[in-house]
Design a protein around this ligand. Structure first.
Ligand code: MN
Length: 430
């Protein structure tokens, strides 16, 4: 790809530390003062209003089906058109936004197509029909398992298949939405009895989510070698978790109300084509670990080198304009199970995935304490509190705390590709 470092005529697109160069072009759904929802594409300091772009006529080279999908208010129609349609759209947007072309730059309607990003709000990018949350980081699974089952941290199935559970899509909210502390059952002794009240051990989980594109028909599994072709793009997910409720309810059928009160999704969907230079080959498993079964093994299987960062700002810090305190730094390449393996496993029994379905990785933790992706691990169940910039300590989240997740890919000689932010503030239980 000779054009990977191409420049754009759009303000802010060529800044080396920006999240949104010409090589990224993530899709989202945006709203602005006095205007309805529309599909947007982020570049530099601007958002391309796709409906206005279609109306301007400059997308005449694209199929009518794509232009219709781009005029909608969710990404589901575009997702359902499949990889060749996404690639064609991406190539045409890239051409129009490049410094080498003037069709859009000099278009008389340009000011109604290229909107300043600061004036727009991101919404959920699509209607999410189903949401599955995996548990695919061996560091996370081992850390959490050792807290709850010290003699038996990884269950016998864990290294043979990506473990997951069916999450709740109705309570997925866009970045920036307030998160109300939930009520639920908690115990002070393992055998109960429980009391009902506000969660006392509120946590976040830093995760990467895949939004499905075309999906598969019921009964027709997606083979591992085609699995990534079915992904529309990646987002960040904060899987808010009520640890005290989780401890009491999670056996025998897994998490339920400890997770279903809210999950926050970042707004910009980064395509796998944009992430292509940051793919890395799946490493050999440590000796002694079982080889994956054939349906979970593919020659093209990869991980993604995506830096992940979590910060917290208390209400007092925001008032005093103290910068948020970075409390963890991890990387999506530290996963044991790949995204392709999750998709192949999910569909292997015949389950159909539909456009807009969300598959999340589970908490992404690395091998070091600094790379642990939730407070349960980061503070080791509250025994090692972390210090915030206002001098206070945290074992778990307090009311008013804002959790800010960021992610980006960067390597010398390549454009930096960012995901933007995934934010949420905890508000008091009602
Ligand atoms: Mn999770």
């Amino acid at each position: 790809m000779s054009a990977i470092n191409s420049q754009s005529w759009v303000e802010g697109a060529n800044e080396p530390d920006g999240d949104f160069p010409l090589a990224n072009l993530p899709f989202g759904v945006v709203a602005g003062e006095g205007r309805g929802l529309s599909i947007g594409v982020r570049i530099g300091a601007c958002i391309v209003d796709c409906r206005a772009l279609v109306e301007s006529g400059v997308l005449a080279r694209l199929d009518q089906s794509i232009r219709t999908a781009l005029s909608g208010t969710t990404l589901n129609a575009l997702m359902s058109l499949g990889q060749s349609a996404w690639r064609g759209t991406r190539a045409e947007l890239s051409r129009l936004l490049s410094s080498e072309t003037a069709d859009l730059r000099d278009h008389p309607k340009r000011s109604s197509i290229m909107l300043p990003a600061w004036g727009m709000t991101l919404r959920l990018p699509c209607d999410i029909g189903d949401y599955t949350d995996f548990y695919a980081s061996i560091h996370h699974a081992t850390n959490v398992g050792s807290m709850f089952r010290p003699d038996n941290p990884l269950l016998p199935n864990w290294k043979h298949m990506p473990i997951g559970y069916h999450g709740r899509s109705s309570s997925i909210v866009a970045s920036g939405a307030a998160i109300r502390r939930p009520h639920g059952q908690t115990v002070t002794q393992d055998a109960g009895p429980p009391t009902f009240g506000p969660c006392k051990l509120m946590d976040y989980e830093m995760e990467v989510g895949a939004l499905m594109g075309s999906g598969n028909a019921l009964g027709e599994p997606i083979g591992i070698d085609r699995a990534l072709d079915s992904v529309f793009g990646l987002v960040l997910l904060n899987d808010w978790s009520a640890r005290d409720m989780q401890k009491w309810e999670y056996q025998p059928l897994g998490p339920f109300l400890a997770k279903s009160f809210a999950s926050t999704l970042s707004g910009w969907v980064v395509s796998l084509d944009a992430l292509e230079p940051y793919r890395i080959a799946m490493p050999e498993r440590p000796s002694g670990d079982p080889a994956p079964l054939d349906y979970l093994r593919g020659g093209a299987d990869v991980l993604f080198d995506v830096n992940l960062e979590v910060s917290i700002a208390s209400a007092a810090m925001r008032t005093a304009r103290t910068p948020a305190t970075v409390i963890s730094r991890g990387n999506f390449k530290d996963m044991y199970w790949s995204l392709a393996q999750m998709i192949a496993h999910h569909t292997s029994g015949g389950c159909n995935l539909r456009p807009g379905d969300l598959l999340a990785s589970g908490t992404v933790s690395g091998p070091t304490p600094e790379s642990r992706g939730c407070l349960l691990e980061r503070t080791w169940r509250g025994t090692e509190p972390i210090k915030l910039g206002d001098g206070t300590e945290r074992k778990f989240l307090q009311d008013g705390d804002e959790v800010i997740m960021r992610a980006w890919c960067a390597r010398a000689g390549l454009p930096r590709i960012g995901f933007g932010e995934c934010r949420g503030i905890i508000t008091a239980a009602r």
